[in-house]
Design a protein around this ligand. Structure first.
Ligand code: PMP
Length: 356
């Protein structure tokens, strides 16, 4: 039986993506070859890469607006250092918002390159909210933020307007909601949440911001080299890129980001509604900053842990325990998770209430 998969990532993908990916491993495009055994320079794979790159831009409304999409290796974590390497001037500075563990990881890497100003941090409150009301130094080379904090279940609802490049780690909410994506100059996201399997990272770059740092950048870390090579500077992660393309096609057929946002809002409203209604539970994140992707919540009385854990497991739910730094539970409701799965969880929460 297929589980109700609440894993934070790698995570649920559309069932048709699993099926089409499996087929491509056996016989890609009726070629008599597996996608795993063809050259990345073959006509068929170049077509995959080209379509994935243009579809990513199309879905975000960024086509024809001076942006390039790349599928790189190294995870979102490699972008933590590629961003300062490409954007921070020698002797320059960068501004970062510290809203969680991953934001803090990005800050750590930026410090290797120069002055890294943390404009605000919610670390003291275990990152239970998004810091607000901060000032970004006007002379920073760029501002970096994390749109969705996967571990703590917070999400930025309003982004600042600044006179400098804005870089955003959207690993855990890319393609989940409509934003004015032209506000951002670099968007990056590990594939393994809303886009595909682990192994590739989508990086969207506004070309005009590149080439200004004055640094000599090793080729593999240089966005300009990757753009020039049309995201084939070295062998790309062929299969993850193909599966990502299938997910992007699925999303387009569904009606795009606006359509999936409606579904995501309905799922989040259903679950947070129950967290707030049910006297046994409480949310872990500040209400106004709650993430529609990762809902973090706790039992008010941990004496009910065993009963609850037994019940959700019996209902076919998987991947619900919270990250160790928050505890409790984390329900990751990525694009591919159906609302029926959320209803199953809500029913279990209600059943616990009548049982105890
Ligand atoms: N940023 C965010 C917001 C994440 O959730 C993660 C991984 N869960 C990362 C960065 C790190 O991504 P990767 O493992 O692809 O390096």
């Amino acid at each position: 039986m297929k589980k109700h998969n609440y894993s934070a990532g790698p995570c649920i993908l559309p069932q048709e993506v699993f099926e089409k990916s499996a087929q491509a491993i056996l016989n890609f495009n009726d070629s008599g070859l597996s996608i795993l055994e063809i050259s990345h320079r073959s006509k068929d794979f170049v077509a995959v890469m080209d379509e994935a790159r243009s579809l990513a831009l199309e879905l975000l409304g960024l086509e024809g607006k001076g942006y390039q999409a790349l599928f790189l290796a190294g995870g979102a974590s490699l972008e933590f250092l590629m961003v300062p390497y490409n954007l921070m001037k020698e002797g320059g500075k960068a501004a970062y918002l510290d809203s969680g563990t991953w934001a803090s990881g990005a800050i750590k890497e930026a410090k290797f390159f120069g002055e890294t100003v943390v404009v605000a941090s919610s670390k003291e409150e275990n990152y239970n909210h998004i810091p607000k009301g901060y000032t970004v130094p006007a002379d920073a080379d760029y501002f970096h933020c994390t749109s969705n904090n996967t571990i703590f279940g917070t999400q930025i609802k309003e982004f600042p307007s600044l006179d400098m490049p804005i870089v955003c780690d959207m690993s855990s909410d890319i393609f989940s909601r409509v934003l004015d994506f032209t506000k951002f100059d670099i968007i990056y996201a590990g594939a393994q949440k809303n886009m595909g399997p682990a192994g590739t990272t989508l990086v969207i770059v506004k070309e005009e911001i590149l080439g200004k740092s004055g640094r000599t950048i090793p080729s593999i870390l240089d966005y300009e080299k990757h753009i020039k090579a049309e995201s084939m500077y070295n062998t790309p992660a062929v299969f993850p890129v193909y599966a990502s393309l299938l997910t992007l096609q699925w999303l387009k057929n569904l009606g795009g980001v606006a359509a999936v946002e409606k579904l995501n809002n309905a799922k989040a409203a259903l679950l947070y509604g129950e967290i707030d209604r049910n006297p046994l539970f409480k949310g872990a994140a500040a209400v106004e900053d709650r993430s529609n992707m990762n809902a973090t919540f706790l039992l008010n009385d941990t004496a009910h842990t065993e009963a609850f854990d037994t019940m959700w497991k019996a209902a076919g739910i998987s991947g619900l325990p919270g990250h160790r730094s928050v505890g409790g539970y984390r329900a990751s409701m990525y694009n591919a998770l159906p609302i029926e799965s959320v209803q199953v969880l809500v029913d279990v929460m209600k059943a616990l209430e009548t049982k105890v």
